[in-house]
Design a protein around this ligand. Sequence first.
Ligand code: SF4
Length: 345
Amino acid sequence: MTTNDLQPLIGMTLDELRSVCTKVGLKPFAAKQMAAWLYARRVTDIDDMTDLSLKARAALKQAYCVGREAPLTQALSKDGTAKYLFRGAPRRDVEAVFIPDGDRATLCVSSQAGCKMNCSFCMTGRQGFHGQLTAAQIINQILSVPRSEELTNVVFMGMGEPTDNLDAVLKAIEILTEPWGLAWSPKRITVSSIGNIEGLRRLLDQTKVHIAISVHSPYAPEREQLMPVERAWPVRSVMELLRGYDFAHQRRLSVEYIMWRAVNDDYRHADALADLIKGTSARVNLIRFHVIEDAEMKPSSPRVMEAFRDRLNALGVTATIRASRGEDIDAACGMLAGKNRQNQS
Ligand code: SF4
């Protein structure tokens, strides 16, 4: 068996670690010891799990490895943001973005290599779909990014649509939040989605993480041009679903709204957006469009964005303009492209 055939232990839940124990002949309680070594002490080698016997470690090493992999490359922005390339699907790697901000440090993680959703304004969408990330590959981004210990928040807003790889994303959330895992509060985690209704329902029922919905236009025909997903999951139905959940107390709902000049940035859109999200307690994040290759659409001006924000605020909607980070290294919203390894050679 080569190193590549070994199965990673990171990304496994406590139940899965118990199954590993059964397979290699360890007592079930060794699963908790392994979880502590993997997620609390963050070891990178099975030999570092020193409260397991030498025999137990040898048995584990026959079929398993810890599975930690350092990023392949990194790019640093002048604003302190850092973008890291991690191994993803065979022909496409994935990116994670580290965003320091005062006493906070957020990691924007990828959930898929590429994406199937084909949003017209997004570099990831343009590259097509190249494969699902495993829970191990998602957790590896969080554990293996430089300055991992400083992380205060994780947002699933990198490459891919998290609800389209929900089993792996739910497993990663379980590892992040359970006491045997990283023991984070779910309030430190946000999952962003285009609004896959069944996926969202599962996410809402099974976790307490914050939710962000990409809206970008309150009008169905316009949204469909930007996000073909509107045909399958109309944003009106998504809002209907969200009205059935409590976002005023334990968890937060935000609406992501990228602004394009003369496309979705007038008062008519602001009024319709306020109407669309009525009764959901959603806050609105207004995001400047980061121009990608061959894009015909242009970003709204700062003055227009401020007027749009003020209009929403006047209508009783909390709206803020999100600061743009990492644009000089193509790490800002919609710019993540990963790397095609075929093109490297
Ligand atoms: S915006 Fe999100 S859902 Fe749309 S193509 Fe890009 S990664 Fe996929």
